[in-house]
Design a protein around this ligand. Structure first.
Ligand SMILES: Nc1ncnc2c1ncn2[C@@H]1O[C@H](COP(=O)(O)OP(=O)(O)OP(=O)(O)O)[C@@H](O)[C@H]1O
Length: 640
């Protein structure tokens, strides 16, 4: 793999560096590089842009004078760095191209990261917002997952070793202090140099250290990014070490740092390495799962906080996915998707076996998980579940973004689902479902049914969606929807002999007389379903979602929404939700614990109860979509 970037650049009189190479046919030849812009300098090295004259491409060239490598220990360290770095290939690790030498220097050619490092960002910004911390640390953790699976400890995670590309991707670099773990359980004893965020067990030295030192650094780094100074910083090294050993650090009171951020940093900064969370546990913590992580930050954030327009756009995206306590589901789905991604990126059979089939209990440890899911079938009007109360998710500004949000132009897009990549095996299985859950492209935002009531013996089914849209699916298959406290409603009818639907908007003061009864019913549902709901201003231009089809069987109520989400409410009070075009399965058990799976993992997991429910759902969907008689469903086998 070549790390040369194809960017053309004109150089005039910069020095030329020549690399002696051997051609494929064995003939000696020379490859020339123009030494371009100075990028920075480290302990021994100076780094420049290198312009390859033959390929006309750019790369970063690290120049180490041989005079700095006279001591055997320095040479050994460099060889160790090269040996480890050249074996690593991950999108969040600076790419290693190759190295060569001439009489004076050793040259290491590396992937060019044009946006410098987080050190320069922090110099300009002092501290960054929580959403940016999520963005960068998420990528760092992907790099560390890869490293640790390949038995490498980085041991020098610091701002200056976190490079940023022109695409705003984070890349971990500088493997000068990295170490390979030779056997399971090996504890490293020596560490050369002074790592910035040194872990207490390294200072102590007695019990040795391992992968957990990188985890410690992640915590210390997160603190630094949010606060603007390292957690244990002191006037001298001795006091810093003392602070580390006694965990003496505190969050300045004047800074608005979320409790989720404080919690995960506190969990990581534990003196006993065994008490620190794993990388996966860090990513499953509320700090990372409470909102989708942006796909890309704008380059402006290298110098200034995220713009209002970026935050507004981001907020719009997540308003559809996060509403009340249901955020848990979406947060979990993110984590589940990452879980899938992780399985794939590790690309190791044993990793697949270990990670692939494990259900992710997104509730574990979260207070929010105590919330109950709504949507119980009720038998009469008086049974509206007044106790069910949604938690409202704090606005983004309360989640640590200092900048207020105001409407403005579009700046980025970040559907979390784009992070998903599936193994070929999963793809195969998903098609079974996508034919039911996604016969058309995704048609709307991520909303789902939060409450419903079945009045089909008289009128139809009333429902409330997660963004508090109220709707009725009438017995004649027409639908009506209204936003909370809105003066307008939508009436949806199906055209005869075709599948297409007509949506007409009316005001509550002015609508055709023949809709009188339906509107009365809609208002009745509107009033009752919204009891105890916290209503925020809704926007009439937001896309509408409604129940497109539903089916009641002896075992369950099955709903298919216009955004292709399928929800199944079983009579034993368990629930299933198929989202993400049927690729993600959310299962809520009787105790309201929520589990997330990729569809392929459920099928392979050996969870026969869940597989049975999924098969049942598939059959029910077939019946529903082909307008068959529900009696054709083989139901007896479901809850034996
Ligand atoms: N791949 C790269 N792309 C762009 N700039 C780079 C790259 N690698 C290094 N630099 C720049 O060069 C500087 C020094 O590089 P680096 O930190 O790798 O040198 P070092 O001698 O190994 O440093 P240290 O003393 O921290 O170990 C970096 O801070 C950065 O500004």
């Amino acid at each position: 793999m070549s790390w040369f970037s194809s960017k053309k650049k004109e150089f005039s009189d910069e020095p030329i560096i020549q690399e002696r190479i051997i051609k494929v046919n064995g003939d000696p030849a020379v490859k020339s590089y123009r030494r371009g812009k100075f990028l920075g300098k480290g302990g021994f090295a100076k780094v420049y842009e290198f312009y390859c004259q033959e390929s006309k491409e750019l790369i970063a060239g690290k120049i180490l004078p041989k005079t700095a490598l006279i001591k055997a220990r320095a040479r050994q360290k460099l060889m160790n760095e090269i040996k480890i770095h050249r074996s690593l290939h991950h999108k969040n690790i600076v790419g290693f191209d190759h190295y060569f030498e001439d009489g004076e220097n050793i040259y290491i050619l590396l992937e060019l990261c044009t946006n410098q490092t987080l050190c320069e960002v922090m110099r300009r910004r002092k501290r960054i917002t929580e959403i940016e911390v999520q963005y960068y640390i998420f990528q760092l953790i992907q790099a560390l997952r890869y490293l640790h699976t390949h038995k490498v400890i980085h041991r020098d995670i610091k701002l200056g070793n976190l490079f940023i590309t022109d695409q705003m991707e984070l890349k971990l670099g500088d493997f000068g202090l990295a170490a390979k773990v030779e056997f399971d359980g090996e504890r490293k004893r020596t560490i050369c140099g002074t790592p910035n965020y040194i872990a207490p067990e390294v200072i102590d030295g007695r019990q040795g250290h391992s992968y957990e030192v990188d985890i410690w650094s992640v915590g210390a780094l997160m603190f630094t990014l949010l606060v603007g100074k390292a957690p244990f910083e002191a006037v001298d090294l001795h006091s810093t070490y003392q602070n580390i050993k006694t965990l003496s650090y505190s969050f300045p009171e004047h800074l608005k740092i979320s409790k989720e951020a404080k919690m995960i940093i506190g969990d990581i900064l534990k003196v006993d390495p065994a008490e620190r969370p794993s990388l996966d546990q860090i990513l499953s913590s509320p700090f990372f799962t409470r909102n989708p992580i942006p796909k890309q930050l704008p380059a402006s954030t290298l110098a200034v906080p995220p713009s209002n327009s970026f935050l507004h756009q981001y907020n719009l995206q997540i308003r559809h996915t996060i509403n009340g306590y249901e955020a848990i589901l979406e947060r979990g789905a993110m984590t589940a998707r990452e879980n899938i991604q992780r399985v794939i990126s590790f690309d190791e059979a044993n990793e697949n076996a270990r990670n692939g089939c494990a259900p992710l209990n997104v509730e574990k440890g979260w207070e929010s998980a105590r919330e109950k899911i709504t949507g119980r079938q009720i038998s009469s009007e008086s049974g509206w579940d007044a106790q069910e109360k949604a938690r409202s998710t704090p606005a983004i500004s309360e989640r640590g973004c200092d900048t207020p949000i105001s409407p403005s132009e579009k700046e980025c897009d970040m559907p979390a689902s784009e992070r998903v990549s599936l193994t070929p095996a999963s793809k195969k299985k998903v098609t079974i479902w996508s034919s039911y859950s996604s016969s058309k492209p995704n048609e709307g935002p991520m909303l789902w049914i939060k409450k419903w009531v079945d009045y089909s013996d008289k009128y139809g089914v009333g429902f409330m969606l997660s963004d508090l849209i109220i709707g009725v699916y009438f017995n004649d298959a027409t639908k009506m929807i209204i936003r909370p406290n809105s003066n307008t409603f939508h009436y949806i009818t199906k055209q005869a002999h075709s599948n297409s639907e007509t949506i007409i908007m009316h005001t509550l003061q002015d609508f055709p007389k023949e809709l009188n009864k339906k509107v009365t019913l809609l208002q009745h549902f509107h009033k009752n379903l919204l009891i105890n709901e916290k209503i925020e201003n809704s926007n009439d231009s937001d896309p509408l979602v409604y129940v497109k089809k539903w089916l009641a069987t002896t075992q369950a109520h099955i709903f298919r929404l216009s955004n292709n989400i399928v929800q199944v409410f079983f009579i034993d009070k368990t629930e299933l939700m198929l989202c993400d075009e049927g690729k993600t399965v959310v299962y809520v058990d009787k105790l309201k614990a929520k589990f997330l799976y990729s569809l392929s993992n459920v099928m392979d997991s050996g969870n026969t109860d869940l597989s049975k429910r999924l098969r049942y759902t598939k059959e029910a969907l077939k019946v529903m979509l082909q307008n068959q008689n529900p009696a054709q469903l083989q139901e007896s086998s479901l809850f034996n």
